[in-house]
Ligand binder design. Structure first.
Ligand SMILES: Nc1nc2c(ncn2[C@@H]2O[C@H](COP(=O)(O)OP(=O)(O)OP(=O)(O)O)[C@@H](O)[C@H]2O)c(=O)[nH]1
Length: 333
């Protein structure tokens, strides 16, 4: 539970709102019933029940987008209803609602919800005792919304940047090992659920250390970038490429059959032999491939591809080794 709250910002806001609603609104709802203002009490109670329902839904389904959107409407709609029934006392409730909208849903939607809440109050007018009070409220509501908008946007940009830093390799721009672990686990789950076939390819540049030693690290870096560019050009959009570490890369190919896989890999190997070069001449790669099998998990699947790569290196490099025997490819003509 704690790890879900830590990793999912919107879920933590939804939960915080739920807890604040229970602690903050319950005494008011009870007080209003006790005072005999039944309508205001019922509004408080329905806000409370709606918020709790949305929190439970968010936890059960992890669909924080819909529950957040619903909560933003409930919080602002509730604030409008309370202000309309209770007058200026209710206006105070609208400020936290206007701010939390930006953390419950995406910024443009939050702007629309807040605008609708303020417009509804202006049109109905019953919440305000004077024009001066109304315009003071409108101005402060806009100022609060603008500040929350800027803060939410900044927060979203930083989150996206952090996500990028955590998942992408800075040199080549492709996904890193952390992303690979996630995608391999997802592929195993998809294979178990729908039987979709997957191939995992480990590619390792041959004698790469020599390039670094002879020409320097920056030339080595250029070769790595060119290698990635070649791989991207010769694979499908649905294939995923990851930097496993150093000069080792993983290519994940979904929906492949054995003969298609062999054709793709042979073509890739020819392209690498033809096009990948360092100042010392052509650069080759050794390739180990494992098809996802029933009973595999991500670790055992990767280990089989790794073993195949080891065999490719041991057998003299610049070759493709499959972890399992594949049906021979029949060449037409
Ligand atoms: N330029 C550059 N070099 C890197 C990077 N990451 C790892 N390396 C180098 O890659 C080299 C890998 O060397 P080895 O593991 O001996 O592999 P190899 O020389 O390719 O030999 P084989 O794999 O056996 O063919 C090391 O010299 C690392 O310093 C990087 O980001 N940039």
């Amino acid at each position: 539970m704690y790890s879900r709250l830590r990793s999912n910002f919107r879920l933590s806001i939804i939960t915080l709102l739920g807890a604040s609603a229970v602690l903050g609104i319950t005494p008011f709802a009870l007080y209003r019933f006790w005072q005999g203002t039944i309508l205001a009490g019922l509004i408080d109670l329905s806000i409370l029940v709606s918020i709790c329902g949305a929190v439970v839904y968010a936890w059960r389904t992890s669909d924080t987008y819909r529950s957040g959107f619903f909560l933003a409407i409930v919080a602002c709609g509730g604030g409008v209803a309370v202000a309309t029934v209770q007058g200026e006392v209710g206006l105070f409730w609208l400020y936290p609602s206007l701010i939390t909208s930006f953390f419950l849903t995406v910024a443009p939607v939050a702007v629309l919800i807040n605008l609708a809440a303020v417009m509804a109050l202006i049109i109905h007018g019953a919440a305000f005792s004077s024009h001066e009070q109304m315009w003071s409220f409108v101005t402060t509501a806009i100022v609060v919304s603008c500040c929350a908008y800027v803060f939410a946007l900044r927060n979203e940009n930083q989150r996206a940047r952090l996500e990028q830093l955590a998942t992408l390799d800075p040199l080549t721009g492709i996904k890193n090992r952390r992303s690979m672990d996630r995608e391999l686990t997802a592929a195993v789950a998809s294979h178990r659920r729908n039987g979709l076939s997957y191939a995992l390819t480990l590619l390792d540049l041959d004698h790469f250390k020599r390039i670094n030693d002879q020409f320097g690290h920056s030339v080595g870096d250029e070769v790595l970038v060119e290698f990635v560019s070649l791989l991207e050009r010769h694979t499908r959009k649905s294939d995923q490429l990851f930097r496993y570490g150093g000069e080792e890369f993983v290519l994940l190919l979904p929906g492949v059959d054995e003969s298609g896989l062999q054709a793709v890999m042979n073509h890739l190997q020819h392209s690498l032999r033809r096009s990948l070069k360092s100042p010392a001449g052509p650069v080759t790669a050794s390739i180990g491939i494992a098809l996802l099998r029933q009973g595999d998990d991500a670790a055992s699947w990767l280990a089989r591809a790794d073993e195949a790569l080891y065999q490719a290196k041991a057998a003299g490099r610049d070759r493709i080794i499959y972890a399992e025997a594949l049906a021979p490819v029949t060449v037409a003509g």
